[in-house]
Design a protein around this ligand. Sequence first.
Ligand SMILES: OC[C@@H]1[C@@H](O)[C@H](O)[C@@H](O)c2nc(CNc3ccccc3)cn21
Length: 602
Amino acid sequence: ENFKYKDPTQRLNVRIKDLLGRMTLEEKIGQMVQIERVNASTEVMKKYFIGSVLSGGGSVPSKQASAQDWINMVNEIQKGALSTRLGIPMIYGIDAVHGHNNVYNATIFPHNIGLGATRDPQLLKRIGVASAREIRATGIPYAFAPCVAVCRDPRWGRCYESYGEDPKIVQEMTEIIPGLQGEIPPNSRKGVPYVAGKENVVACAKHYVGDGGTTKGIDENNTVIDRHGLLSIHMPGYYHSIIKGVATIMVSYSSWNGEKMHANKNLVTDFLKNTLHFQGFVISDWEAIDRITDPPHANYTYSILASITAGLDMIMIPYNYPEFIDGLTNLVKSNYIPISRIDDAVKRILRVKFVMGLFENPIADLSLVNELGKQEHRELAREAVRKSLVLLKNGKSADKPLLPLEKKTQKILVAGSHANNLGYQCGGWTIEWQGLSGNNLTSGTTVLDAIKDTVDPTTEVIFNENPDKKSLQSDTFSYAIVVVGEHPYAELNGDSLNLTIPDPGPNTITNVCGVIKCAVVIISGRPVVIQPYVDSIDALVAAWLPGTEGKGITDVLFGDYGFTGKLSQTWFKTVDQLPMNFGNPNYDPLFPFGHGLTTQPI
Ligand SMILES: OC[C@@H]1[C@@H](O)[C@H](O)[C@@H](O)c2nc(CNc3ccccc3)cn21
């Protein structure tokens, strides 16, 4: 029998219609389910016709797993899916949000807040290309990126996942999507997903919509704003992602004016699908339908009814997928949910799977394994670090700039909790969901190592993480580099109402800068409290969360390249000013949006 859906020469809609027409309700509902890899055994894939699997943050086949180990795991799960009656391949998704950050030895790029400071969309596209290759090196065809949140309040624990407070910058940085998915051909039909081939991945614009606008930046909370404000500030990233052919969109945990996004039919169906004509699939966040109710999971039948009716197509159900499948099956059989809604969801999922060529290439091969952590990608990440750094202050008087620093001098001091800590400089979503401390998590270059590699061999480099005043007075240093900042965090663990840098950071700054000419480098996911110390500091650099390529920092500190970065997020004076964004009345920042001093390369 000629299975048209298996024939790649058939038109897309013919394949979708043919396959949909063969599917039972069980097989349709199975396509709408994404489970966590720990549960994705062959029997589960077969019994429930599971359409998608994910790695949650830090969920890996084994510690320090190689590309080959990843490929073997993904292919094992895929074989389970392919052994079902219709052999529909599953799609495996992962949070590759600043490089392939769950994977040992992957290149870790700066987090988005730093990339926003580069003002370089073409750089973002190149990062997308490199990231897609590292993701495919491990046999994975789907990344839950980019986050197109517009961070309106730095107290939000996910501000670093945003390209900043300006919707214009966020919409420009959607250029990473043609990098990840491939360039959409000109005059493609608007809204249709596009994925070029086996070196590309399916992308995911997230989290729809207004995730960065919640009250006091409280994660998963309520965004209070009128429709014009929502559409002009938080929507442009989605509009531009759709124009560029983004294949999937993830819905936000947050609410808009008290209504949960995961239950918002007006914005998910009427606007995103029927007005913006988005034709890829809409995916939920992790256990997000449970959180439609308070307490979560209080009425799971309602959670299923509300989210599916709202227009969600694929549900991220890491663990309790049988409960979901039973619940949705019952709601369809009792006509609470029309089969037309199920068919819409399955068509969208199949459209993405056909467009990306998953039916033709469901099993990953080893052809790209050498892309993981490739030196060329690390050079690209190093360029991104250079361009992301923002020079906030350079010298106590304009005519005596401290930067660029001299490479050849007698003796220099390197101090601070973040000078020799690769985990700190990568931040959250790195190897583990919440990130790590230390230098063994993956391969990379700390700031201290970069300094030692950059200065003249005759220059003595003294490293003292937190020197006391006495030891400083008795010594003569030409200058000091002080690297301090925030510890890694992700999501709600990053919410902060005081935005102070943890001790002994402030102490290190005042001790060192009180005695020696100092360049202070702040490693943080957002603007933090620095105003009390700024007068004692000679040069001040915002380095954000630069990732593994620490030499990008010394490239500009020592003048091999000039500083060019510009703030993509207002740097407040005190937290009681927040929320405060450029364009607001009484805009009174320490360093305004767009601020960034420059230096000339030596
Ligand atoms: O890792 C999958 C998704 C990710 O793509 C989303 O951006 C992010 O919002 C996300 N969060 C979780 C887990 N969240 C969670 C929050 C509180 C308690 C337990 C888990 C999973 N995911």
